[in-house]
Design a protein around this ligand. Structure first.
Ligand SMILES: Cc1cc2nc3c(=O)[nH]c(=O)nc-3n(C[C@H](O)[C@H](O)[C@H](O)COP(=O)(O)O)c2cc1C
Length: 180
């Protein structure tokens, strides 16, 4: 099984650290799982303009193909202006309908306001559902205060535990689908 993590932040490192933590916990839970982090900071994704995928640059093509090759995925976004990042939404705009059919799709987010923990529920879950992603019961919002200010390491044990629970739920659900 392959788990791909997408980090939708182009600015800082917190979102990719959170997404990577899910990948780490998934591998600890099931050593046979392959993982890959698609950090949008490392990709020059073209703006979607209605053209077919073949018309965009290699980074856009590669990111879409990595998503399509995954058995399950976790999406991470920084909260921007009470919504998901534009970079992540632009990547979604490149994907065909049904991309996540029979795939578990988890959600994590980072932000500086606890008031925005529901952004995932209202702005990201609806997009993943549109693509037919199967949603775990849990998701994890990580407040900036959970990070060490200098190293961006997650220092809140409750957050680390919630990330572990989410990773394990995602893998268990996907295993259930596989053996159905
Ligand atoms: C332009 C901008 C808008 C933001 N808007 C929000 C917001 O509406 N709610 C929130 O909780 N955090 C907001 N934030 C804070 C970021 O979500 C937060 O700092 C996040 O951890 C950044 O992730 P990164 O280190 O992966 O870039 C905003 C940050 C920026 C730069």
């Amino acid at each position: 099984m392959k788990l791909v993590g997408i980090s939708g932040a182009l600015a800082g490192d917190k979102t990719s650290i959170v997404v990577n933590q899910i990948l780490v916990h998934a591998r600890r839970f099931d050593a046979s799982i392959k993982t890959e982090l698609v950090d949008l900071k490392d990709y020059e994704i073209d703006f979607f303009n209605g053209a077919p995928l073949a018309d965009y640059n290699d980074d856009t093509w590669n990111a879409v193909k990595k998503i399509q090759s995954a058995d399950l995925l976790v999406f991470g976004t920084p909260i921007y202006q009470a919504s998901i990042s534009g970079a992540l939404k632009n990547l979604f705009d490149h994907l065909p309908e049904y991309t996540f059919k029979h795939k578990v799709t988890g959600m994590v987010a980072t932000g500086w306001s606890d008031k925005h923990f529901l952004v995932m529920e209202y702005h990201l879950r609806s997009v993943l559902s549109y693509f037919k992603g199967l949603m775990p019961t849990g998701n994890v919002f990580v407040h900036n205060g959970a990070f060490n200010m200098d190293s961006d390491e997650i220092v809140d044990d409750r957050v680390l535990e919630r990330l572990q629970v989410l990773a394990e739920e995602m893998v268990s659900l996907q295993q259930g689908i596989k053996h159905r």
